[in-house]
Unconditional design. Structure first.
Length: 584
């Protein structure tokens, strides 16, 4: 094989990468770390060569043809396996593109510093932005294209016409026709400006903020983002007292009751029996506390009092000291017990409203939490594992963590589901995510986000297999189903092919990418016109090599010339096809 891509380690992400490269007619070889009959059967069906790695990773890479390969892609879920393979590949060939999946931030930064050709990517970094946008119900997306700030905005069309007549030079990115809920239909990507549209259709358009503002666009059409807010002081005080009661051992209140009886009894007894001089109720209360705490006697004493009162003083001191020791023991137990730590998240959640509720604090969950907090939103997380490695990071971020099973109604309610502004279900178990989503749907009731009623609570559901996600979304009415594999795979493929991807965003349920391609002399794009490109892509700008100028919104008859840089938007499969043309 010549100019092929070696994919090492196949789980869902690796399989998706191999599938797409195969669909693009790119030569692929696969290195498996162990025998996997089902995966091997798939590879044989695609007629893709593979080998099972033996004791020597270097030998496996040699047998896979690293000397003539263009790229090595490491996609195993284990960082240490990917790290070993990437370092071996770089040692064997310094000029091969090495694309490696690394979740650990420290290791990833070290790899980026001296990786050479290729990329070091984290699935969480690639998937989190889309999840955050869904949680915040954002319908605008900001892009930097050749130094120009562009925005993708969505508009509901209210009268008939063409896209050109309604929106001028704004670039259409997608159109949905004749539905009340644009999420319920498949969008038409990148239609021509002369496409006729009618009232009731929806359009997604790209332009600068001033261009969008001229057509009354640019702001979000979703409900205003709701930030977390604290409840009024009286409610907070009541909840704090309720939480304190739940945290303290019930015997503490019995001991406190005994102490109260001792003090009140002593106060009345001293008020009416203490003589030379007499006592007021305040004096009696003060002297009782002084006796129980054994801090006297200076101002009052039992010297010269009747014998019975002095015997009572002995009883009071012994009982008071004993009961005080019991109370201190209960308070100490409360302060040092793990129960206080574990209930801290529940107490914080009970005093919050308008927060984003995350279920799962894994690789994707902690990254989503960090992005939300960086944008000023409060986060409550549900986590089953009390020893999870991301708990220190969550504590540092200020995330309120509620420990429990997210599939249980009690746990979701304790985390403030009924007061949350959004829910993101991000555990690493697809079936658990679906179960949590169904319970959340039941508990939200009328606030369930069906795309028609506002205000509503958006619910983001993480899946790995996109076909499963689409079936689940259609059957159970989920609007925001995100596949981390589908969100990450285009970045790995683009890096492996040496393409320039500038960003990704979603319009309704369609994922779009923004890429740049330099027109090479004699390449597949040299000299062709805009109208000859894939109809599902749109060229938003061309940086002309001859004049040094940036042409925005080029016309259909405009042509590419050698040395130009074209900036293209489209669904990722079509976009990658266009970018590949530019390099040949």
């Amino acid at each position: 094989m010549q100019g092929h891509t070696i994919v090492c380690g196949l789980e869902l992400l690796g399989i998706r990468i191999v599938e797409q490269l195969h669909a693009f007619d790119e030569p692929v070889a696969v290195v498996l770390y162990a025998h996997e009959p089902r995966v091997e059967a798939v590879l044989e069906g695609w007629d893709i060569p593979y080998l099972v790695r033996g004791a020597s990773g270097a030998q496996a890479l040699r047998e896979a043809g690293i000397e003539s390969a263009d790229a090595v892609v490491c996609t195993d879920p284990a960082d240490v396996v990917n790290l070993e393979t990437a370092l071996l590949a770089r040692r064997l060939r310094a000029d091969v593109r090495v694309v490696v999946r690394i979740a650990n931030v420290v290791v990833r930064d070290a790899m980026v510093a001296d990786n050479g050709p290729g990329a070091v990517l984290a699935v969480a970094d690639l998937a989190a932005p889309s999840v955050v946008e869904d949680c915040l119900q954002r319908t605008t997306h900001h892009l930097d294209v050749a130094g120009v700030d562009l925005t993708v905005a969505i508009d509901a069309i209210d009268h008939d016409g063409t896209l050109r007549s309604l929106y001028g030079d704004l670039g259409p990115i997608a159109v949905v026709r004749g539905v009340d809920n644009p999420y319920a239909a498949a969008p038409t990507p990148c239609p021509p400006r002369d496409t006729p549209v009618a009232a009731g259709d929806w359009a997604a358009l790209i332009g600068t903020s001033s261009e969008l503002a001229a057509h009354g666009l640019g702001g979000t059409t979703a409900p205003e983002e709701r930030r977390a807010r604290r409840r009024n002081p009286l409610v907070r005080l009541r909840l704090a007292a309720s939480d304190l009661r739940e945290d303290i051992d019930p015997n503490f209140f019995r001991a406190l009751g005994v102490m109260t009886v001792l003090v009140v009894t002593s106060m009345f007894l001293l008020r009416y029996t203490y003589s030379r001089p007499g006592m007021s109720f305040l004096d009696a209360l003060y002297f009782s506390a002084e006796t129980i705490a054994t801090v006297g006697y200076g101002d009052f004493s039992f010297l010269g009092q009747p014998p019975m009162l002095r015997f009572y003083a002995i009883f009071l001191m012994v009982c008071g000291v004993t009961n005080t020791a019991i109370l201190v023991a209960f308070v100490s137990e409360m302060l040092v017990s793990r129960r206080l730590t574990q209930s801290a998240g529940r107490r914080s959640a009970r005093m919050m409203s308008g927060h984003v509720l995350l279920v799962g604090l894994g690789e994707v969950g902690i990254r989503v939490a960090a992005d939300l907090i960086a944008q000023g939103h409060s986060v409550v997380a549900i986590e089953l594992d009390r020893q999870h490695r991301n708990l220190p990071a969550a504590e540092k971020l200020g995330v309120a963590v509620v420990f429990g099973d997210g599939t249980q109604r009690e746990t979701l309610l304790a985390a403030g589901l009924t007061r949350a502004s959004a829910v993101a279900i991000l555990t690493s178990n697809e079936m658990a995510n679906i179960e949590v989503g169904l319970v959340v749907k039941e508990l939200l009731g009328e606030r369930w986000d069906d795309g028609l009623h506002h205000p509503s609570v958006p619910v983001v559901l993480r899946v790995f297999d996109l076909p499963l996600g689409r079936v689940v979304a259609a059957r159970f009415g989920f609007r925001n189903v995100r596949s981390t594999v589908e969100l990450a795979a285009p970045w790995f493929i683009s890096a492996a092919l040496g393409l320039r991807v500038l960003g990704t965003f979603s319009v309704w349920e369609e994922s779009f990418m923004v890429g740049a391609v330099t027109i090479e002399p004699g390449g597949g794009l040299d000299g062709i016109a805009m109208r000859d490109l894939s109809p599902a892509t749109r060229v938003v700008a061309i940086a002309h090599a001859e004049t040094g100028q940036l042409e925005r919104n080029p016309r259909r008859h405009s042509r590419f010339h050698s040395g130009d840089v074209a900036y293209v938007i489209g669904p990722y499969a079509e976009l990658i096809s266009v970018l590949r043309l530019g390099r040949k």
